[in-house]
Design a protein around this ligand. Structure first.
Ligand code: ZN
Length: 243
């Protein structure tokens, strides 16, 4: 029996204030292991510091699309223009070692009986977005574990498959036997479900529970940093809207 208590974090996006608030909460909740579903960098002003935190925690992570584009010289043609505008700046902030670290991250990982991916297991390199049960169908044919965690949309959700796939919002769920779960942890550093608080999940395999945690943080500080380094104003504004 795996007695670990996991903090599953994702879409940190270089938001140090949100990450530190989440890590403080996880510590209070007696979390024993840290897992990241990708997008450590991009959008906010502290990519290097957030990467240092992840490395120091010994956090097992997969590569998100922002982690990918900030560590590979590839065309940004199919990247959202607002996201693309931050890639060059982010690259300039990372050490060679940090770029190497991002490149070394795998797209999918198995962790003690559960799996993690940034987007979906069917075509992780295509960075597909899952917003509804239909989007999740193809993914489930590749999910062999009962639980898989992901991110990418910045919207927390549970997709459960027992026969057909159903989507439901969640605060705390009991994991049932014979059902498979594809769980979006929401975003630490740039939530988009209308709630500006940082989002992450605590997973306890021995108790068969998954709990969504929402953590307030000093977002004015994050906004000030975005403005100070000259990143787009829209990136600062959206943090207070949670969009
Ligand atoms: Zn993201």
């Amino acid at each position: 029996m795996d007695r670990s208590k996991y903090a599953i974090l994702g879409d940190i996006h270089a938001n140090l204030e949100a990450l530190d608030a989440v890590l403080a909460d996880a510590k209070e909740q007696d979390v024993s292991s840290y897992i990241c579903v990708g997008d450590i960098v991009g959008y906010n002003a502290n990519p290097s510091e957030c990467l240092d935190r992840i490395v120091d925690l010994g956090c097992i992570s997969v590569r998100g699309n922002h982690d990918h584009y900030c560590s590979h010289d590839e065309s940004l043609d199919d990247f959202h223009p607002l996201a693309a505008s931050v890639v060059d700046w982010t690259r300039s902030q990372l050490s060679d070692e940090q770029v190497k670290f991002l490149r070394s991250l795998k797209l999918t990982r198995m962790v003690k009986g559960f799996s993690i991916v940034h987007s979906t297991l069917d075509m992780p390199e295509k960075w597909g977005y899952v917003f509804d049960a239909l989007d999740a169908e193809a993914h489930f044919s590749y999910q062999s574990t009962s639980v898989c965690f992901h991110g990418h949309t910045h919207v927390p959700a549970v997709y459960e498959k027992n026969g057909r796939v159903r989507r439901r919002p969640f605060s705390k769920i009991n994991l049932g036997l014979g059902t498979r779960y594809f769980i979006n942890t929401g975003s630490v550093g740039q939530p988009r479900d209308g709630d500006p608080r940082a989002s992450y999940v605590i997973y306890s395999p021995s108790e068969h529970t998954c709990e969504l945690r929402r953590i307030p943080y000093n977002l004015e500080e994050t906004q000030n940093k975005i403005r100070a380094v000259g990143l787009p104003e829209r990136l600062a504004r959206r943090l207070e809207l949670g969009r």
